[in-house]
Ligand binder design. Structure first.
Ligand code: HEC
Ligand code: HEC
Length: 248
């Protein structure tokens, strides 16, 4: 199966010519609404990657965009296209590129004030890394402005549980000695699990020593900032995060 997939990939032309006429882009939009909007929303308001961007991390070229749509991105929540013809795939790709050509989204806040809040009052540096400095208790935010749209950044800050980044959900373990441990699951196999506790310490536990293991995919270890930061302060932090483009 894999061999066939690789063979097909290697036989595919090295570049893809996307249609540019309005009818194809309109057809692409229809197919997008059917196959993609479920996760990507109208392009920038879904939980998955923000596609309203002139640069897509995984799809710098039209050929890589077509490939991603055809085969998905392994190890992520981006699935391969199911039941789509090559023509439809190219039409959807053309539509995605047209999204990227729309004017950049406007943000209400001030990025400079937002940076100060991020580093100060917000206390975000303790958990997040930007450009190599900060904590490791949450995802690296160096290119978050490409990966997420302003509205969904805001949601993450106000209510962290509403979109939990895969791999960062909370786990709770009850230990046979009577203790309890909660944090983020780093690694797991049949016999053991590694948990980083809320203080940042990494624990390797044998499963035989755990009486109850609760994995809560809908619970984030990030605190919610509703009420702790004002609406205007959150706007400023969103403006700062949206400006982070990983050097792109
Ligand atoms: C089941 C949910 C889901 C569906 C359906 C889905 N995607 Fe995705 N897609 C994702 C996720 C999650 C990512 C982010 C992967 C990552 O960054 O880890 C992603 C990433 C992408 C990327 C890369 C973005 C970047 O910044 O490089 C493109 C392009 C994309 N999707 C296009 C599409 C298109 C077009 C469709 C419909 C044919 C589609 N996706 C259907 C979940 C989905
Ligand atoms: C106690 C640690 C902690 C603190 C403090 C914290 N976060 Fe988080 N953050 C996390 C974790 C863990 C996740 C991943 C789980 C999730 O999606 O909620 C996360 C996720 C995020 C995401 C989504 C990242 C992505 O890859 O999509 C953003 C944006 C974010 N945090 C911003 C902030 C901002 C801004 C602050 C400060 C106002 C902050 N965080 C404070 C732990 C923290």
């Amino acid at each position: 199966m894999w061999k066939h997939a690789l063979l097909l990939l290697s036989l595919a032309p090295a570049w893809a010519q996307l249609p540019t006429d309005a009818a194809s882009i309109q057809a692409g939009k229809k197919a997008y609404e059917w196959h993609c909007a479920f996760c990507h929303g109208a392009g920038s308001d879904g939980f998955a990657a923000n596609l309203v961007s002139p640069r897509l991390i995984y799809a710098p070229t039209d050929s890589s965009l077509v490939n991603i749509i055809r085969t998905g991105i392994s190890g992520t929540g981006m699935p391969p296209a199911l039941g789509m013809s090559e023509t439809e795939i190219k039409q959807v790709a053309a539509y995605v590129r047209s999204l990227g050509r729309t004017a950049p989204q406007k943000v209400a806040g001030d990025a400079t004030r937002g940076e100060a809040l991020y580093n100060g009052k917000g206390g975000c540096t303790g958990c997040h890394m930007i450009g190599g400095s900060g904590g490791r208790m949450g995802p690296d935010l160096s290119d978050i402005g490409i990966r997420r749209a302003p509205a969904s950044l805001r949601t993450s800050i106000v209510n962290a549980d509403s979109v939990v980044v895969p791999g960062w959900a909370q786990v709770n373990a009850e230990l046979s000695g009577g203790g309890k441990l909660s944090g983020v699951r780093l690694n797991e196999d049949t016999f053991s699990i590694q948990i980083r506790d809320d203080g940042g310490k990494i624990h390797s536990l044998a499963k035989s020593g755990i009486t109850k293991l609760e994995k809560n995919a809908a619970k984030s270890t990030m605190p919610s900032y509703e009420g702790k930061l004002s609406g205007a302060e959150i706007d400023d932090i969103v403006a700062y995060l949206f400006s982070l483009r990983g050097g792109l």
